[in-house]
Design a binder for this molecule. Structure first.
Ligand code: ADP
Ligand code: MG
Length: 233
C-alpha cells in the first residue's frame, strides 16, 4: 500500500538548514496498523505529512497504492488526498460552527457527493463511532473523546485506503485514549490500513507494528509482540 525509499527532507531557514529525514525506507501492506514512534522533534510529523501528501520530500520515492507521488500540482495532490487518505489530528480540527453531522459530511461535499447521500453516509459513520445521538450537536457541546470520534467518522466517510493519525490521543486523558484506540483497532480489524504517530508507549503497544525514528533514521521496526517480548529480556 505504501512504499518509501530513501526519503530525505530538510527545512531551510535563511542560511540554516535542518536535515530532518535522512533516508527513510519502509513499506506498509494493506491492512496493517503501524505506529511511528520517536521523541519530540524526531521528524514524525514531517514523515506523516509527506505520507499525507501535505508536504513533499526533497528526494527519494513514495508510492501510494501503486501511484508514484511526485511533483504533483496542488489540484492533483488534493485529489489524491481525497481519494486515498483520511486524516486524524491531535487537536481534532473540527469546524466549530458546524454540527457533528456536517463535519463528517464535509469531505464528501468536496468529492461531489449529492446532499442526501452525504447525510446518509455521515449518519452511518457517526453511528459507527457511537455518536448517532449527537449528530446535531456542535463540537463545543462534545467531550474531547467525542470530538475525536467525530473526526474519526469524518476520516472514514470517504472510505480512504489509508488512515493517517498524528498523535490522535495526544489531547485525551488515558481512559479516553484507551477507548479511542479501541475504536481505531476495530476499524483496523475491518481491514483499514492505519498509520499513526505517537510518542506514548502504551498507545503504540495497541498497534501491530512499531517503527522507531531517531535522528532522521528508522532505528527499529518490529511487530508489537516482539516489542512486548523484548521488555522481559
Ligand atoms: P515530531 O513530529 O517528531 O515532533 P517534526 O516532524 O514536527 O517532529 O519536526 C522535526 C524537526 O523539524 C523539528 O526540529 C522541527 O522544529 C523542525 N520543523 C518542523 N516543521 C518545520 C518547518 N515547517 N520549518 C522549519 N522547521 C520545521
Ligand atoms: Mg509531531
Amino acid at each position: 500500500m505504501i512504499q518509501i525509499k530513501d526519503l530525505h527532507k530538510s527545512y531551510h531557514m535563511g542560511t540554516n538548514s535542518l536535515h530532518v529525514l535522512k533516508g527513510i525506507n519502509f513499506n506498509v501492506k494493506e491492512g496493517e496498523m503501524v505506529s511511528i514512534m520517536g521523541s519530540s522533534g524526531s521528524g514524525k510529523s514531517t514523515l506523516l505529512n509527506i505520507l499525507g501528501i501535505l508536504d513533499e520530500a526533497d528526494s527519494g520515492s513514495y508510492i501510494l497504492d501503486g501511484v508514484p507521488i511526485k511533483n504533483l500540482n496542488e489540484k492533483v495532490a488534493a485529489n489524491y488526498r481525497n481519494k486515498f487518505l483520511g486524516f486524524i489530528f491531535q487537536s481534532f480540527n473540527l469546524i466549530n460552527y458546524k454540527t457533528a453531522l456536517d463535519n463528517v459530511a464535509m469531505p464528501l461535499y468536496y468529492q461531489g457527493v449529492k446532499r442526501q447521500e452525504r447525510i446518509e453516509k455521515a449518519e452511518h459513520y457517526l453511528e459507527k463511532v457511537g455518536l448517532a445521538e449527537w449528530s446535531h450537536h456542535l463540537p463545543n457541546e462534545l467531550s474531547g473523546g467525542q470530538k475525536q470520534r467525530v473526526a474519526i467518522a469524518r476520516a472514514l466517510a470517504s472510505d480512504p485506503k489509508v488512515l493517517l493519525a498524528d498523535e490522535p490521543t495526544g489531547a485525551l486523558d488515558s481512559k479516553t485514549s484507551q477507548e479511542v484506540m479501541e475504536l481505531i483497532q476495530g476499524i483496523n480489524d475491518e481491514g483499514k490500513t492505519i498509520l499513526m504517530v505517537t510518542h506514548e508507549h502504551d498507545i503504540a503497544q495497541m498497534t501491530k507494528r512499531i517503527v522507531h525514528i531517531k535522528d532522521g533514521l528508522i532505528i527499529d521496526d518490529n511487530p508489537v509482540e516482539q516489542v512486548r517480548a523484548s521488555l522481559y529480556v
